[in-house]
Write a protein that binds this ligand. Structure first.
Ligand SMILES: CC(C)(COP(=O)(O)OP(=O)(O)OC[C@H]1O[C@@H](n2cnc3c(N)ncnc32)[C@H](O)[C@@H]1OP(=O)(O)O)[C@@H](O)C(=O)NCCC(=O)NCCS
Length: 200
């Protein structure tokens, strides 16, 4: 994410948070404000953490430079780790994937899958640690299916007591990446993969 791409990323992430937390739309300005602060703070962690954006270009050439389709954040190491990660707490030294979302009208076209594969490719280039962690809420079947299909396994689950903190229970999931090759080609999947470009 370049600085001039911050506002569109804030919009995408904020709408996704409002949707997944089932908040009324009037929360959007507050959520956007907080997300913007968060993204500014996270810029200080570059290159130990980065935000990737995925763009779609349509076959008819519409959309000019491409339409923002999805985003994901990657922390490569301890210096890129969040100060207060969600529970169950992942190891700070290991690569960690978070804040993935795809624009609602563009879901189920392979964009989330490609963002995940791009994240793993980049982690393979940037880190010698092969264990990648991420969180998934127990109620979220779409990402859970995607992560399971991609080879992530649940290693820990929040205690039921987190419900007392009005939080949703989450799984901590782990994938051991294969030893990297020099092939930077992204594995393409989904119904319309030729339109997907992913760039940091
Ligand atoms: C999770 C999310 C990023 C997936 O993005 P996407 O572009 O729609 O996913 P893809 O089209 O690449 O799907 C990849 C796989 O995920 C699973 N999947 C995706 N959406 C699904 C759904 N609605 N129901 C069940 N499985 C689903 C499927 O296994 C799918 O493979 P298939 O299409 O071959 O069956 C998207 O649903 C999203 O943004 N959700 C809201 C935010 C969120 O939950 N983020 C994850 C935080 S942990």
């Amino acid at each position: 994410m370049r600085p001039d791409e911050t506002d569109v990323t804030v919009k995408l992430l904020s709408e996704s948070f409002v949707e997944s937390m089932k908040l009324p739309d009037w929360y959007l300005p507050l959520v956007s404000y907080l997300v913007k602060q968060y993204l500014f703070e996270r810029r200080a962690a570059i290159p130990h953490a980065v935000t990737l954006l995925g763009f779609v270009k349509w076959k008819d050439g519409g959309g000019g430079e491409g339409e923002l389709a999805g985003t994901v954040e990657i922390c490569f190491n301890k210096r890129g780790a969040n100060d207060s990660p969600p529970t169950p707490t992942p190891p700070k030294d290991s690569p960690y994937i978070c804040n993935m979302t795809v624009n609602k009208p563009l879901r189920r076209r392979g964009i989330g899958w490609n963002l995940l594969k791009a994240s793993e490719e980049l982690i393979s280039q940037m880190s010698c640690v092969r264990e990648v962690y991420l969180h998934c809420r127990m109620v979220d079947s779409a990402p859970f299916n995607m992560y399971t299909r991609a080879g992530y396994n649940v290693v820990k689950t929040d205690s039921i007591l987190v419900l007392l903190l009005l939080q949703s229970r989450k799984h901590l999931m782990l994938k051991k990446l294969p030893v990297p090759t020099n092939d930077l080609e992204l594995e393409m999947s989904g119904s319309d993969p030729e339109h997907v470009q992913v760039g940091a």
